[in-house]
Design a protein around this ligand. Structure first.
Ligand SMILES: Nc1ncnc2c1ncn2[C@@H]1O[C@H](COP(=O)(O)OP(=O)(O)OP(=O)(O)O)[C@@H](O)[C@H]1O
Length: 270
């Protein structure tokens, strides 16, 4: 079990303003403070434009904050470029094509993950590694172990996203960022990938933040739920309180705090 007292991510008074001092200046993150403990699985929900993806971009170093500090595992990475944090952060996007190389085989895609962080060029796969990859991919229960020499382009969106998830988990990241990673899949495949997500996070005790537009998923998964609105964290619910939460109550809470109705058809209809 992870030591829950270790703080994996600390966001200290983070602000982000796009196009400062121009007519299109826009503050999209407003004084956000967030401590994420080792092993936390936080679901992140919010209306369109609330700042969820921007928050992930800030954590991964894809963009820099206008002010504030970001600490990963206690280290101040506020000014560290994305490529330097990359080996510690696993991020999965909505697009199932984004996480794997289409014109390479399943085996070679897995090899890249295996070699992540190493500087020497790819060496040819030996039998031991091939068997190791087969064992790992068997966990997906999609019979992909029989297709190791096929190009990834021949896989369905669901299979490809499951492979991306497995590869990301195998790279053993300190932090897993799931950015609506099942939103582009049909309901059946989305459910399969969500169950695999739950299994891997539980087994590996991965510290995870998951953006979703699906309120039921936000409530059902993880030990903590954060709701963003207008660049701020307005709701932060944990453990037992989260276990008792309902979609109706969450929408009521939004209304009580913001004195307006929650507007996001994608979320409400999910
Ligand atoms: N590079 C940028 N330049 C200017 N504005 C930006 C930029 N990136 C994001 N924004 C704006 O910041 C706000 C927050 O966007 P963000 O993508 O973080 O929202 P989100 O909560 O992920 O929304 P959605 O649920 O619709 O994906 C939006 O108003 C968006 O238009």
């Amino acid at each position: 079990m992870p030591d829950k007292n270790i703080v994996m991510i600390q966001l200290k008074n983070i602000n982000k303003t796009f196009n400062p001092e121009t007519p299109s200046e826009k503050q999209v993150i407003k004084d956000i403070c967030l401590d994420v403990k080792k092993g936390d699985f936080i679901t992140v929900i919010g209306s369109n434009g609330a700042g969820k993806s921007t928050l992930f971009n800030l954590i991964s170093g894809n963009i820099m904050p206008s002010s504030g500090k970001i600490l990963l595992g206690g280290e101040d990475v506020t000014k560290q470029p994305e490529y330097k944090r990359a080996s510690r952060i696993g991020r999965i996007f909505q697009d199932p094509l984004a996480g794997t190389a289409s014109n390479m085989t399943i085996e070679d895609n897995m090899m890249i993950t295996f070699k992540k962080g190493f500087k020497w060029p790819l060496i040819s796969l030996n039998r031991k590694m091939k068997n190791l990859f087969k064992e790992e991919i068997r966990q997906l229960d999609m019979e992909l172990e029989k297709r190791m020499q096929e190009n990834v382009s021949s896989l369905s969106g669901g299979q490809r996203q499951a492979l991306t998830l497995l590869m990301t988990v195998l790279s053993n990241p300190d932090i897993l960022l799931l950015d609506e990673h099942t939103a582009a899949l049909d309901p059946r495949n989305a459910a399969i990938v969500m169950e695999l997500t739950r299994k891997f996070i539980q087994e590996k005790h991965l510290t995870t933040l998951m953006v979703t537009h699906n309120m039921t998923h936000a409530i059902e998964f993880g030990n903590r739920l954060v709701m963003m609105d207008g660049g701020e964290i307005i709701i932060d619910i944990r453990e037992e309180e989260k276990a008792k939460l309902t979609v109706k109550r969450l929408i009521e809470m939004f209304g009580e705090i913001r004195k307006k109705e929650f507007e996001n058809d994608e979320v409400l209809l999910a």
